[in-house]
Design a protein around this ligand. Sequence first.
Ligand code: NAP
Length: 190
Amino acid sequence: MKTQYFTATSLDGFIATEDDSLEWLFPLGDINHSSYPAFIAEVGALAMGSSTYEWMRRNADMVIAETGSPWPYTQPAWVFSSRTLPALPGADIRFVQGDVHQVHAEMRAAAGGKNLWIVGGGDLAGQFHDASLLDELIIQIGSATLGKGKPLFPRRVLNPTLRLVSAQQMGAGMAELRYTVDKNGPAGVA
Ligand SMILES: NC(=O)c1ccc[n+]([C@@H]2O[C@H](COP(=O)([O-])OP(=O)(O)OC[C@H]3O[C@@H](n4cnc5c(N)ncnc54)[C@H](OP(=O)(O)O)[C@@H]3O)[C@@H](O)[C@H]2O)c1
Protein backbone atom coordinates (compact mmCIF):
# COMPACT_ATOMS: atom_id res chain seq x y z
CA MET A 1 0.00 0.00 0.00
CA LYS A 2 1.49 3.31 -1.09
CA THR A 3 0.37 6.89 -0.62
CA GLN A 4 0.71 8.59 -4.00
CA TYR A 5 0.38 12.13 -5.29
CA PHE A 6 -0.65 11.67 -8.94
CA THR A 7 -1.28 14.88 -10.85
CA ALA A 8 -0.65 16.80 -14.03
CA THR A 9 1.24 20.07 -13.96
CA SER A 10 2.32 22.80 -16.31
CA LEU A 11 6.01 22.91 -17.21
CA ASP A 12 6.42 25.80 -14.76
CA GLY A 13 4.86 23.96 -11.84
CA PHE A 14 1.17 24.86 -11.67
CA ILE A 15 -1.71 22.36 -11.52
CA ALA A 16 -4.43 24.91 -12.28
CA THR A 17 -4.69 28.58 -13.13
CA GLU A 18 -5.22 31.07 -10.32
CA ASP A 19 -8.97 30.85 -10.93
CA ASP A 20 -8.93 27.03 -10.91
CA SER A 21 -9.24 26.46 -14.63
CA LEU A 22 -7.94 23.23 -16.21
CA GLU A 23 -8.78 24.23 -19.80
CA TRP A 24 -5.06 24.48 -20.64
CA LEU A 25 -4.56 20.84 -19.65
CA PHE A 26 -7.08 18.99 -21.79
CA PRO A 27 -5.49 19.64 -25.22
CA LEU A 28 -2.16 18.22 -24.00
CA GLY A 29 -3.20 14.56 -23.91
CA ASP A 30 -6.00 12.05 -23.41
CA ILE A 31 -6.10 10.70 -19.85
CA ASN A 32 -7.23 7.33 -21.16
CA HIS A 33 -3.99 7.04 -23.15
CA SER A 34 -1.91 7.81 -20.06
CA SER A 35 -0.91 5.71 -17.06
CA TYR A 36 -4.12 6.82 -15.31
CA PRO A 37 -6.28 3.74 -16.05
CA ALA A 38 -3.63 1.39 -14.59
CA PHE A 39 -3.01 3.79 -11.70
CA ILE A 40 -6.65 4.22 -10.64
CA ALA A 41 -7.24 0.46 -10.79
CA GLU A 42 -4.83 0.14 -7.83
CA VAL A 43 -6.32 2.98 -5.75
CA GLY A 44 -8.42 2.03 -2.72
CA ALA A 45 -9.11 5.47 -1.22
CA LEU A 46 -8.52 9.10 -2.19
CA ALA A 47 -8.26 12.55 -0.62
CA MET A 48 -8.58 16.06 -2.02
CA GLY A 49 -8.87 19.65 -0.89
CA SER A 50 -11.95 21.79 -1.23
CA SER A 51 -10.86 23.67 -4.39
CA THR A 52 -10.44 20.37 -6.23
CA TYR A 53 -13.79 19.16 -4.94
CA GLU A 54 -15.51 22.38 -5.93
CA TRP A 55 -13.97 22.16 -9.41
CA MET A 56 -15.71 18.81 -9.76
CA ARG A 57 -19.01 20.26 -8.58
CA ARG A 58 -18.75 23.26 -10.94
CA ASN A 59 -17.84 21.03 -13.87
CA ALA A 60 -20.30 18.24 -13.16
CA ASP A 61 -21.72 18.40 -16.69
CA MET A 62 -18.31 17.78 -18.22
CA VAL A 63 -17.51 15.02 -15.71
CA ILE A 64 -20.85 13.36 -16.52
CA ALA A 65 -20.14 13.60 -20.26
CA GLU A 66 -16.73 11.95 -19.73
CA THR A 67 -17.59 9.32 -17.14
CA GLY A 68 -21.38 9.04 -16.96
CA SER A 69 -21.48 10.30 -13.37
CA PRO A 70 -20.88 13.61 -11.55
CA TRP A 71 -18.51 11.72 -9.24
CA PRO A 72 -16.32 9.31 -11.20
CA TYR A 73 -14.76 7.50 -8.24
CA THR A 74 -15.97 4.23 -6.75
CA GLN A 75 -13.39 4.44 -3.96
CA PRO A 76 -14.19 6.11 -0.63
CA ALA A 77 -13.05 9.75 -0.62
CA TRP A 78 -12.02 12.31 2.01
CA VAL A 79 -12.52 16.01 1.22
CA PHE A 80 -10.57 18.49 3.37
CA SER A 81 -12.34 21.76 4.17
CA SER A 82 -12.87 24.08 7.13
CA ARG A 83 -16.29 24.89 5.63
CA THR A 84 -19.56 23.01 5.24
CA LEU A 85 -19.75 21.89 1.63
CA PRO A 86 -22.67 20.29 -0.19
CA ALA A 87 -22.35 16.59 -0.95
CA LEU A 88 -22.54 15.23 -4.48
CA PRO A 89 -25.33 12.70 -5.01
CA GLY A 90 -24.08 9.12 -4.98
CA ALA A 91 -20.56 10.06 -3.89
CA ASP A 92 -18.92 8.16 -1.02
CA ILE A 93 -17.38 11.21 0.68
CA ARG A 94 -16.34 12.17 4.18
CA PHE A 95 -15.69 15.86 4.88
CA VAL A 96 -12.73 16.36 7.21
CA GLN A 97 -10.36 19.06 8.40
CA GLY A 98 -7.11 19.51 10.26
CA ASP A 99 -4.31 17.04 10.80
CA VAL A 100 -3.79 14.45 8.05
CA HIS A 101 -2.55 11.60 10.34
CA GLN A 102 -6.00 10.51 11.51
CA VAL A 103 -7.45 10.78 8.01
CA HIS A 104 -4.57 8.72 6.62
CA ALA A 105 -5.30 5.98 9.16
CA GLU A 106 -8.98 6.01 8.16
CA MET A 107 -8.04 5.86 4.47
CA ARG A 108 -5.73 2.90 5.07
CA ALA A 109 -8.44 1.04 6.94
CA ALA A 110 -10.91 1.60 4.09
CA ALA A 111 -8.58 0.91 1.17
CA GLY A 112 -8.48 -2.88 1.39
CA GLY A 113 -4.71 -3.02 0.94
CA LYS A 114 -4.76 -0.84 -2.17
CA ASN A 115 -2.99 2.49 -2.67
CA LEU A 116 -4.05 5.88 -1.34
CA TRP A 117 -4.31 8.74 -3.86
CA ILE A 118 -3.77 12.31 -2.79
CA VAL A 119 -5.55 14.00 -5.69
CA GLY A 120 -4.45 17.53 -4.81
CA GLY A 121 -3.96 20.33 -4.44
CA GLY A 122 -0.27 20.72 -3.91
CA ASP A 123 -0.39 21.97 -0.34
CA LEU A 124 -2.57 19.04 0.75
CA ALA A 125 -0.02 16.65 -0.79
CA GLY A 126 2.60 18.69 1.09
CA GLN A 127 0.73 18.16 4.36
CA PHE A 128 0.95 14.39 3.85
CA HIS A 129 4.65 14.78 3.02
CA ASP A 130 5.24 16.89 6.14
CA ALA A 131 3.71 14.03 8.14
CA SER A 132 6.10 11.53 6.46
CA LEU A 133 3.13 9.78 4.87
CA LEU A 134 3.84 10.36 1.16
CA ASP A 135 5.57 7.52 -0.71
CA GLU A 136 5.45 8.51 -4.38
CA LEU A 137 4.93 11.45 -6.71
CA ILE A 138 3.65 10.64 -10.20
CA ILE A 139 3.75 13.86 -12.14
CA GLN A 140 2.62 14.39 -15.70
CA ILE A 141 4.33 17.49 -17.02
CA GLY A 142 2.43 19.24 -19.76
CA SER A 143 4.11 21.07 -22.63
CA ALA A 144 2.63 24.40 -21.53
CA THR A 145 3.48 27.18 -19.09
CA LEU A 146 1.00 29.26 -17.11
CA GLY A 147 3.17 31.93 -15.49
CA LYS A 148 1.20 31.71 -12.26
CA GLY A 149 -1.47 29.54 -10.72
CA LYS A 150 -2.07 26.85 -8.09
CA PRO A 151 1.28 25.30 -7.15
CA LEU A 152 2.28 21.68 -7.80
CA PHE A 153 4.01 21.14 -4.45
CA PRO A 154 4.76 24.23 -2.36
CA ARG A 155 7.51 22.67 -0.29
CA ARG A 156 11.30 22.61 -0.44
CA VAL A 157 12.27 18.96 -0.82
CA LEU A 158 15.86 18.48 -1.86
CA ASN A 159 17.54 15.56 -3.56
CA PRO A 160 18.31 12.81 -2.47
CA THR A 161 14.92 12.67 -0.69
CA LEU A 162 13.20 12.48 -4.07
CA ARG A 163 14.43 9.66 -6.27
CA LEU A 164 13.48 9.63 -9.93
CA VAL A 165 12.50 6.07 -10.86
CA SER A 166 11.08 6.55 -14.36
CA ALA A 167 10.56 9.11 -17.10
CA GLN A 168 8.22 8.44 -19.97
CA GLN A 169 7.24 10.54 -22.96
CA MET A 170 3.52 10.61 -23.73
CA GLY A 171 3.43 12.14 -27.19
CA ALA A 172 4.39 15.78 -27.75
CA GLY A 173 2.16 17.16 -25.01
CA MET A 174 3.22 15.33 -21.84
CA ALA A 175 6.01 13.54 -20.02
CA GLU A 176 5.48 11.50 -16.88
CA LEU A 177 8.03 11.47 -14.08
CA ARG A 178 7.76 9.05 -11.17
CA TYR A 179 9.56 9.68 -7.91
CA THR A 180 9.81 7.73 -4.70
CA VAL A 181 10.16 9.67 -1.46
CA ASP A 182 13.04 8.42 0.65
CA LYS A 183 11.66 8.85 4.14
CA ASN A 184 15.13 8.23 5.61
CA GLY A 185 16.62 11.07 3.57
CA PRO A 186 17.09 14.65 4.77
CA ALA A 187 13.89 16.22 6.02
CA GLY A 188 12.26 18.71 3.66
CA VAL A 189 11.90 22.31 4.80
CA ALA A 190 8.52 23.99 4.34
N1 NAP B 1 -3.68 19.34 -12.89
C1 NAP B 1 -4.27 18.36 -12.24
O1 NAP B 1 -4.15 17.18 -12.62
C2 NAP B 1 -5.03 18.67 -11.00
C3 NAP B 1 -5.16 17.70 -10.00
C4 NAP B 1 -5.86 18.03 -8.85
C5 NAP B 1 -6.39 19.29 -8.71
N2 NAP B 1 -6.28 20.17 -9.70
C6 NAP B 1 -6.83 21.53 -9.59
O2 NAP B 1 -5.87 22.27 -8.87
C7 NAP B 1 -6.52 23.22 -8.02
C8 NAP B 1 -6.04 22.95 -6.60
O3 NAP B 1 -6.49 23.95 -5.79
P1 NAP B 1 -5.74 24.33 -4.41
O4 NAP B 1 -4.29 24.51 -4.66
O5 NAP B 1 -6.52 25.47 -3.83
O6 NAP B 1 -5.84 23.05 -3.48
P2 NAP B 1 -7.01 22.16 -2.84
O7 NAP B 1 -6.27 21.22 -1.95
O8 NAP B 1 -7.89 21.55 -3.86
O9 NAP B 1 -7.88 23.15 -1.95
C9 NAP B 1 -7.27 23.90 -0.92
C10 NAP B 1 -8.29 24.16 0.18
O10 NAP B 1 -8.64 22.93 0.83
C11 NAP B 1 -8.90 23.19 2.19
N3 NAP B 1 -7.91 22.44 3.00
C12 NAP B 1 -6.69 21.98 2.60
N4 NAP B 1 -6.10 21.33 3.63
C13 NAP B 1 -6.95 21.38 4.67
C14 NAP B 1 -6.91 20.89 5.99
N5 NAP B 1 -5.86 20.18 6.47
N6 NAP B 1 -7.98 21.10 6.80
C15 NAP B 1 -9.06 21.79 6.34
N7 NAP B 1 -9.15 22.29 5.09
C16 NAP B 1 -8.10 22.09 4.27
C17 NAP B 1 -8.73 24.70 2.40
O11 NAP B 1 -9.95 25.36 2.04
P3 NAP B 1 -11.26 25.64 2.97
O12 NAP B 1 -10.91 25.26 4.37
O13 NAP B 1 -11.55 27.08 2.79
O14 NAP B 1 -12.34 24.79 2.39
C18 NAP B 1 -7.76 25.04 1.30
O15 NAP B 1 -7.77 26.41 0.91
C19 NAP B 1 -8.01 23.01 -8.23
O16 NAP B 1 -8.48 23.92 -9.18
C20 NAP B 1 -8.11 21.60 -8.82
O17 NAP B 1 -9.25 21.45 -9.67
C21 NAP B 1 -5.57 19.91 -10.83
